[in-house]
Ligand binder design. Structure first.
Ligand code: NAD
Length: 504
């Protein structure tokens, strides 16, 4: 046998083995040796990930993608232990990799997600991936130290281990990515159950993330995902003993399911954010902010402006300002036609009184699609449809998640605050006010008790885009942790040294 033949044979055998294992010769090396650019442990100068190279486990070659939820949890547990070995430098490397991959893949993955879900806008899908750079990482975890006559005490933010996570259809890859950043920064591994209508793109992204992490750190299954996701796979993740915490991002159904699981859950639940415009601040700026926020990704954001209450004397001027900033005004009969198309009343829901459900046909669609449904022709570049409704209209009471924004006239600030509170449905999620009156701002903040309360900006200012602060796509409203960050996914552990080590 010639040398050439044996080389070819070896290459073929390697390719076949890799193929069976779910990888490809070109995709990622199966060796556990970290690359030359691997992170270095500052304590010993060793490349991180060499302390305990990925063992040759039966799951080698999956790169985080599993048909079986329990197998995914087991693999994530092994990855969690490997991440512990890789130290803080290893976590930092994971954060850096996810951020940079999201940035470089933003356009490709934005297109992929839009093609699969058919909701939202490409420009904003791209921005949501690029924006992962603003998610806090390891630097967020400063221990809390105490020092006194009895020595010193340190409270550390330690990982839980494996976290079971559920992501929404509205931002599938962005939510998974920011969850991985926050969870891995805190030293955890994760198993994801994505939305059935948005999981294919998430699987591609998860595999890519794990391949990159494996190349750098030798850890293969840090961010696992179940393919395909089902209610059964969610239940299996929730029940699995390896899973110490759940983090769910979505509507009321998944929040209820997570809370009923018996496991501790961080629940980023639904919203229906109202806006109050009292006329004391610049109406033009208010309109610009409202159009920007409500049109963002065709109003898919949970923080997005979903209804506006405007004091009567300023109503007409405000509507004109909305039109100036790219909104198109529907008349009352067009609004009713749109409502008939936008809400369905499935029988059997609600006690004898069917509860409206937003039609998937119109969620996250472009303004042109909504306009077509009501027979309107709108100018190119229209960002948002608007229209005057009553405070008890379906578009006010339901989280519509489409680019039609109801605007309601109110006679007083008190009436506006009361209507905003009712529309917010007690979710305590997000609310906005456009005002220069601190008494009105304070009254609304106190009445609504929302997690995010933004004054004189768009909803996105609440996530650091145009306002101060960090970002995340999981806002734990229901369970109260607020905008998720690495600390959300930690247990506080106290370490006490009695009488010694205080240096003065
Ligand atoms: P959705 O509730 O239909 O689905 C969210 C996720 O939960 C999906 O993965 C879905 O498969 C899963 N799910 C739904 N019911 C479940 C059940 N009974 N058991 C287990 N899993 C279940 O929501 P969506 O349409 O994908 O997303 C939009 C909703 O999510 C809106 O209500 C929005 O406000 C909310 N949301 C909230 C945040 C936040 O940070 N608070 C962020 C994004 C979206």
């Amino acid at each position: 046998m010639s040398a050439t033949v044996s080389e070819t044979l070896i290459r073929d055998v390697v390719a076949e083995v890799l193929g069976r294992l779910g990888g490809s010769p070109g995709s990622a090396p199966t060796t556990t040796t970290p690359s030359s650019t691997a992170a270095v442990n500052p304590a010993c100068g060793c490349p991180v990930g060499t302390a305990k190279p990925a063992a040759r486990s039966p799951v080698l070659g999956k790169f985080g993608v599993f048909a079986d939820a329990n197998e995914a949890c087991e693999a994530a547990h092994e990855a969690y232990q490997q991440l512990s070995e890789a130290g803080v430098a290893g976590r930092r490397k994971v954060v850096e990799l996810i951020k940079e991959i999201c940035y470089s893949k933003a356009e490709e993955w934005g297109r992929l997600e839009l093609a699969e879900t058919k909701i939202g806008r490409l420009d904003h899908k791209i921005e949501k991936l690029q924006g992962q750079r603003g998610i806090p990482g390891v630097e967020f975890l400063n221990p809390y130290g105490l020092s006194g006559d009895h020595g010193i005490t340190l409270e550390e933010f330690a990982p839980f281990g494996v976290i079971g996570a559920v992501t929404p259809s509205t931002h599938s890859i962005p939510t998974m990515a920011c969850n991985i950043i926050s969870m891995a920064a805190a030293g955890n591994a994760a198993v994801f159950n994505a939305h059935p209508g948005a999981y294919k793109c998430a699987v591609i992204a998860a595999r890519f993330f794990n391949q990159a992490i494996h190349r750098e750190l030798g850890i293969e299954n840090l961010a696992c995902i179940v393919e395909p996701p089902t209610l059964e796979s969610f239940n299996a993740i929730a029940k699995n003993d390896r899973v110490k915490l759940l983090c769910v991002t979505g509507g009321p159904g998944v929040v209820k399911a997570a809370m009923a699981s018996g496991k501790r859950a961080v629940c980023a639940g639904p919203g229906n954010p109202p806006v109050l415009v009292d006329g004391t601040s610049c109406l033009d700026n208010a309109a610009k902010c409202v159009v920007f926020g409500a049109a963002y990704d065709n109003n898919l954001l949970c923080i997005g402006e979903k209804e506006v209450f405007v004091l009567e004397p300023f109503f007409d001027k405000f509507m004109s300002a909305l039109e100036k900033h790219g909104a198109y005004r529907l008349n009352s009969s067009q609004i009713e036609t749109l409502a008939k198309a936008a809400f369905v009343f499935p029988p059997g829901q609600g006690a004898g009184c069917p509860h409206p459900v937003v039609s998937r046909e119109l969620i996250g669609k472009d303004p042109e699609v909504l306009a077509r449904a009501v027979g309107a022709t709108i100018p190119r570049g229209t960002q948002l449809l608007i229209g005057e409704t009553s405070a008890d209209h379906l578009f006010v009471e339901e989280e519509q998640m489409m680019p039609f924004l109801p605007v309601v006239r109110v006679k007083s600030v008190a009436e506006g605050i009361a209507a905003a509170k009712k529309a917010e449905l007690g979710y305590k999620h997000s609310a906005m006010i456009h005002s220069h009156d601190v008494a009105n701002m304070t009254a609304m903040a106190r009445a609504l008790e929302t997690t995010l309360f933004i004054k004189n900006g768009s909803c996105l200012a609440g996530l650091g885009a145009g306002g101060e602060g960090y970002s995340n796509f999981s806002i734990a409203t229901t369970t109260g942790e607020g905008i998720c960050n690495p600390r959300t996914f930690t247990r506080v552990r106290r370490c006490v040294m009695v009488d010694k080590l205080r240096i003065f």
